[in-house]
Design a binder for this molecule. Sequence first.
Ligand code: PGA
Length: 249
Amino acid sequence: MRKKIVAGNWKMNLSKEEAIQLYKEIDAKRKTISLKSTLIVFPPFIYLDCLKSFNLDIEIGVQNFYPEEKGAFTGEVSVSQIKNMGATYTLIGHSERRMYFHENHEFLKLKVEAALKHGLHIVFCCGEPLEIREENTQNKYVKKQLVESLFHLSEENFKKITVAYEPIWAIGTGKTASSSQAEEMHAAIRGFISDKYSKNVAENCSILYGGSCNPTNAAELFACENVDGGLIGGASLKSEDFLKIANSF
Ligand code: PGA
């Protein structure tokens, strides 16, 4: 059975005290319900060490890293440094990094390689901007993102990837993809993986939805056959909302 995952992308939010409080609240509240999903949080990098020191049963990941081992890359952190701090997951390919930091297919491929080399689990984000959706060429656009940065991987390595479909027009806008739009794209992504690798690999790959997912719409989205959870931005900053979403299967 595919793994169900609900992940919180905290982006560049929260003071250290707020981050600690949120992390502890998530842990306390999850103990009062029986969750079917794995929880991951992606805090700002600087809180990693501190959150990890509480030793709670919530996976911690990073939002970013630089794909070189070490050296003169002022301001950057390497995969071995973040592994050393206790991160087990990383986001790669988030649209905000593609857009604001100009991370292109080739660079994302390097990040994928570096993360795999050090045994970090990858949540690989893909998704189209509004103009592409309006042209109705979103499947081709998303396929290219997967082909260019992931489909060079061996089957064995591809099995370590979780995909997150995040239509850019739905991120932080309050406009969620409808469950049929999400299901259609998730099924298409599973088809691309099946064509490239095998039906079995595709069937076992978790594909998350992201983009204004909240406690009100999560159950309908998660009920879709090919939606295996969510990558949650805004609604992951409140423990109650995050847990309601995680409990929506
Ligand atoms: P949102 O962000 O839930 O605030 O739309 C999702 C994301 O960017 O991962």
